[in-house]
Design a protein around this ligand. Sequence first.
Ligand code: SF4
Length: 350
Amino acid sequence: MERNAKNLELLGFNLSQLEALAIENGEQAFRGRQLYQWLYEKGICNLEDITVLPKSWRGLLIEQGFTVGCLNEINRSKSIDQTIKLLLSTNDGETIETVGIPSRNRLTICISSQIGCSMGCQFCATGKDGLRRSLRVNEIISQFFAIKEAFGRRPSHVVFMGMGEPLLNIEPVLSAIYCLNKDLGIGQRRITLSTVGVRNTLPKLAEMALKHLGSVQFTLALSLHAPNQNLRESLIPSAKNYPLNILMEDCRHYIDITGRRVSFEYILLGHLNDHNEHAEELADLVGGFQSHVNLIAYNPIDGEEFQRPSFKRIQNFMNILERRGIAVSLRSSRGLDKNAACGQLRRIHL
Ligand code: SF4
């Protein structure tokens, strides 16, 4: 993607941009390649520590205002299930959370794309404090290195399901996906971008992603959380401006452009959106789509009265969808005891 002339944080620069920077500074192109290796393979956070580069060039870069652009870890909480939540600070004194979820074969990082969120979903802690600002590409990529450092191994999967609405920060998010894929070697199929939907952005996302990434292989996870407009807008205030029929039309359009199926996310709220008729209505809505439904049992947050449904109710909901021929799975809640699970991120220490 185009490099913003004012962008002085190096994380997010690709190889040719770093080579060009070396040449602009009177160095040879291979110096750019060395810088690239130390940024992405070694994960060095401080320009002064890139000792392979001549001291004079490091000094010049620093003088010009360049930094690597890492975030600082200020708190780490480890859950009994080994999930780790990091509280990271930005240069301007803001904080974000990022979560690493380990399993035997994978390490998934749940990345934040904004500081706070303006969408105000009722069941989500992040939306309670509103939006502070969107993250820059280096601030997104830096979360990868922070989790790598916390676990002592590379994340294998990335989900944009942390703080913020990625479609309100499309350019940096797509640049970050490009960097994760091309510079950090995460296959696009191991990357998921989750959204509650922002009007007029889904076809735009598809077109921009095709243009910038060449092909769109990452998964789009559309957070539905309700099978009809009334219920949906009571849970997701921003849905008032984005009727469900138009949202589903945009999903079809997205599938047409990208050729990728969409995953629909559905948080089950006990006795609210988990009745039999909701399952039937959801099957009507997504039936015929190239899709998958991912159910998530509500993870409690302070100040909200929603209930986590019983296992029996969850099972019943799943059975109805399966009977209707819908591909469905249940996402396990990880990091619950440290408020690190879906919808619980709120920039607090535990
Ligand atoms: S669920 Fe996502 S979009 Fe909704 S408030 Fe939380 S972070 Fe924002």
